[in-house]
Design a protein around this ligand. Structure first.
Ligand SMILES: C[S@@+](CC[C@H](N)C(=O)[O-])C[C@H]1O[C@@H](n2cnc3c(N)ncnc32)[C@H](O)[C@@H]1O
Length: 697
């Protein structure tokens, strides 16, 4: 069922804009913020600050939209008109954006063009610079010498008028009355306070009653909600409004449970109602709702879900093999693209606020000056920190966003092995490699689990495993994830990820002079696919988790639900759309400590799992899929035909590379079947340890 209305969780009273220094605050009734209006205003300001070049100091769009990680309190009052909201959301100066509206830029890229046509018009912007009533504060008037002079003519020497002076004389003679009046004022004020407190208590009680009534109604029909009864479209729209309201109310009760609960109703019952309403309102299946609420508080879970309803900003990465960011930005601004740097954390990223031309079809794009790429996907490569002259493998590379970034950081030196298991996705890597002028890469087509045998054990200085995953961090891009995932599928992904990660570690040389690192990343939020996979590798190989070097992101989990992970997983980083305004992502960096097999692993210690509690429940391969690779996060089957396709100079001119160890040249054509049939001359005990079947001699 489609969701019709945005659930405004931040619809709480917002204060008037902060007065500028030296100004008295503008007298204006408190109003409520309207997110879309605030977004447009942010954009106008953005355009102004962009100017002919760009500021290089704007990380505003990356800031959390609401609450900065703390759940926003649910709304208890309705908002006033958008007009007022828009005025109140104006920043007090054109430099910078108030922090609570900064993250709203998330939605700018997805706003329809016609909105920008009117709101983004430069004329409108310049009008905006003019003063309106709300811009003129009392302080402005006081400071203006002309106005002050005029006023002085009407006032006495001490600043009071003759009429007021006369009033004062009268007042002096009636002190007792004054006292009486003051008391009266105090009495009235106290009465007002009492009234307000009473109203607030009544409102809270009413909210609790409504939540309880809603709960009662639904509890009478366990397992169903009004919406699940298959009513007609019109009725459904009405029901959605009802569901939205109930959701807010029940969440409010959950937040103030001891005060607002109905006696006899348990938290579990309220939670059950919230879950049903989230399913109905946003169209998630129960597995996903449970998984999300297993990671976040209810309020933050809803923030995450709500963030998935909007698109992330369009971002691009400057290809430093061909362009400089400042010059690229100037060229794109000239073409009518409104952009800014993504923030201080990246030297190459640009965020696009609006564009009059298709950003993926400019002459600069065709010439390979940039790659259209989500900002989150910069992060694993930044954590990998490729060095010039190294041998690096990107094990799951299509369409090549991260692979081409690695080559750019290597300045086209050394050697990059960009591997991809899905044959149909190879063209995209090759296309991007050519367009971006990458000349140090070989593209290969293997199941990643074969790579230690194909490229050689310990043949790499660094390996990136941007693993195929459930895609639960990128629901905004692929809403089918809301309903298509199940616990079984998550475990299947985790199983393949574990095998791939072990292969990644085996590819790396612990004695590399410059490296010895593995970066594991996913666009999944599930602990099963993230901390749990790394935790498994910690037990199976001689590796440790090291800091990613990334400036932001939340710490990985050490405890989550029934899971317990190694303490060092706090070095891993989690990124969320609602908190960081980028796709949901997990990034973890490992350092290989030794090329020796881990003793526990060699001995196949039987107490492996005891140490980790429930975290490695998926060590066993899912029976139906034995030996079969999941193709990607969305589970299409790969064709591992083992073709090495191209480097930056075209398929006919691949650079020669001699793997340090191992039987097979990456550039040689070789079928995956042959690869798995052949016992490696020097290799792991058996490639079957990565889950591939092979005939043993
Ligand atoms: C998350 S995407 C990679 C995105 C890529 N790193 C980028 O930045 O453009 C995961 C990729 O892994 C591939 N894949 C799936 N199973 C694989 C396997 N067993 N070995 C190698 N790659 C695999 C998928 O086809 C998919 O292209």
């Amino acid at each position: 069922m489609a969701r019709k209305h945005k659930l405004d969780l931040a619809a709480k009273p917002s204060s008037a804009p902060e007065p500028r220094k030296g100004q008295k605050p503008v007298r204006k009734a408190a109003v409520f913020k309207s997110a879309p209006a605030a977004q447009l205003e942010v954009n106008k300001r953005q355009k102004l600050s962009t100017g002919p070049g760009f500021s290089d100091a704007n990380a505003a769009w990356l800031k959390p939209t609401k609450g900065k990680g703390k759940p926003a309190p649910p709304p208890v009052q309705e908002s006033e008109s958008d007009e007022d909201s828009e005025l109140d959301s104006l920043p007090s100066s054109t430099e910078g954006v108030p922090s609570d509206t900064q993250g709203d830029q998330a939605h700018l890229a997805s706003l329809p063009d016609q909105l920008f046509d009117s709101e983004g018009d430069p004329d409108v912007d310049s009008d905006d610079e003019g003063l309106d009533d709300s811009d003129i504060s009392d302080a402005d008037l006081d400071d203006d010498p002309l106005l002050a002079g005029d006023d002085q003519q009407l006032l006495g020497t001490d600043g009071s008028s003759e009429e007021e002076d006369a009033d004062e004389d009268e007042d002096d003679s009636s002190d007792d009355e004054d006292a009486g009046e003051l008391l009266d004022i105090e009495r009235k004020s106290a009465a007002l306070d009492k009234d307000r407190a009473k109203q607030e208590a009544e409102a809270a009680a009413e909210a609790a009653d409504m939540a309880a009534a809603a709960l009662d109604a639904d509890l009478q029909q366990p397992g169903t909600s009004a919406l699940q009864d298959g009513a007609e479209a019109g009725a459904q729209a009405m029901d959605l409004t009802k569901v939205q309201r109930r959701l807010r109310e029940v969440m409010h009760v959950l937040e103030h449970f001891s005060q607002l609960r109905t006696p006899g109703r348990s938290r579990k019952q309220y939670l059950e109602q919230v879950k049903r309403d989230l399913e109905a309102y946003y169209g998630y299946n129960r597995f996903m709702v449970d998984a999300i609420l297993g990671l976040f508080s209810v309020a933050e879970g809803v923030e995450f879900i709500e963030a998935n309803e909007g698109k992330r900003p369009i971002t691009l990465r400057t290809n430093t093999l061909k362009a400089r960011r400042r010059e690229l930005a100037a060229a794109l601004i000239d073409r009518g693209i409104n952009l800014d740097p993504v923030g201080k954390w990246s030297k190459v990223g640009l965020v696009v606020y609006e564009s009059t031309v298709p950003v993926g079809a400019t002459p600069e794009y065709m010439a390979g000056h940039y790659m259209l790429q989500g900002a989150a996907s910069f992060l694993p490569v930044m954590a990998l920190a490729p060095q010039e002259g190294e041998q690096i493998c990107d094990m799951a590379a299509a369409p090549g966003g991260k692979a081409t970034y690695i080559s750019a950081l290597m300045r086209n030196t050394g050697m990059l092995f960009a591997n991809e298991a899905a044959e149909g996705r190879l063209k995209s890597i090759v296309g991007n490699i050519h367009r971006l002028g990458v000349t140090n890469a070989v593209v290969s087509n293997y199941d990643g689990r074969e790579l230690p045998k194909v490229l050689g054990l310990r043949s790499m200085d660094r390996v990136l495993l941007d693993a195929p995953c459930s895609g639960t961090g990128v629901i905004a891009k692929d809403p089918t994830v809301k309903t298509s995932k199940s616990q079984e599928e998550i475990w299947k992904c985790a199983f393949l990820q574990k095998q791939l990660l072990l292969a990644a570690i085996d590819l790396v040389d612990a004695r590399s002079k410059t490296g010895g690192y593995i970066v594991y990343s996913t666009c999944s939020i599930m602990v099963e696919e993230n901390e749990n996979v790394v935790n498994y590798a910690l037990r199976k190989r001689n590796v440790k988790v090291v800091p990613t070097g990334l400036e932001f992101g939340r710490e990985g989990f050490v405890r989550c639900r029934e899971f317990r992970f190694h303490q060092s997983l706090t070095h891993s980083r989690r990124f969320y759309p609602h908190a960081h305004n980028i796709d949901g992502f997990f990034v973890c960096k490992l350092k290989k400590l030794s090329n020796e097999e881990k003793e526990a692993d060699a001995a196949e210690s039987s107490d492996d799992s005891d140490e980790q509690g429930a975290s490695d429940a998926s060590d066993e391969e899912p029976p139906a899929r034995k030996g079969q690779a999941l193709a990607n996060g969305h589970a299409s089957a790969p064709t591992a035909n083992g073709k090495a396709l191209a480097n930056g100079k075209g398929p006919g001119s691949q650079r020669q590379h001699k793997p340090h160890k191992g039987p097979q040249h990456a550039g040689q054509k070789r079928s995956a079947a042959a690869a798995v049939q052949q016992q490696p001359e020097e290799g792991p005990e058996g490639i079957s340890q990565y889950g591939l079947t092979m005939a043993r001699p």
